[in-house]
Design a protein around this ligand. Structure first.
Ligand code: HEM
Length: 135
């Protein structure tokens, strides 16, 4: 059974006895898990009724944690106009980051070498021109 819940409906479940979380646009009923969470109940209550994708992924939860999560699934999130944008995990950004960064880094490196090479060549030519003029 998978029901669709809107952001507003999920937001109503924000107490310890009735706690829903949104992770990757899925809705989880974590009420029964709050007391067992190795990371403590505080962090779960903090994101109760909200999009906890970023918080969940930032911790780098294990596969076991993800299995527990599957068992708590209450439904899927139905986004309507005016809802906050989906939260992407910081880890997603990191995994996309280094590739792009090192690419542009290499481009900059080659550009820098070119500047040094051309500059050095110009300096050398100017120097030998001066020398030949002195003679
Ligand atoms: C329903 C969602 C969640 C489940 C099923 C869950 C499950 C778990 C599990 C099984 C662990 C033990 C380590 C591991 O297996 O990775 C853990 C640790 C932890 N969790 Fe969660 N977690 C959930 C949500 C969150 C959220 C939203 C936060 C927010 C910050 C959080 C913060 C932490 C922290 C800080 C630890 C590390 C505790 C330590 O190692 O001392 N968790 N969680």
């Amino acid at each position: 059974m998978s029901q669709e819940l809107t952001f507003k409906e999920v937001a109503a479940h924000n107490s310890k006895k009735d706690l829903y979380l949104i992770i990757h646009d899925k809705v989880y009923n974590v009420s029964s898990f709050v007391d067992e969470h190795p990371g403590g109940e505080e962090v779960l209550l903090d994101v109760g009724g909200q999009d906890a994708t970023e918080a969940f992924e930032d911790v780098g939860h294990s596969d076991e944690a993800r299995e527990i999560l599957e068992g708590l699934k209450a439904g899927t999130l139905k986004r309507v106009d005016g809802d906050p944008a989906p939260k992407t995990a910081a880890t997603d950004k990191i995994s996309a980051g280094p590739g792009g960064k090192s690419d542009s880094g290499a481009g900059f490196g080659i550009g820098l070498y070119a500047v040094i090479l051309v500059g050095g060549l110009a300096a050398y030519l100017a120097y030998s021109f001066m020398q030949s003029k002195d003679k």
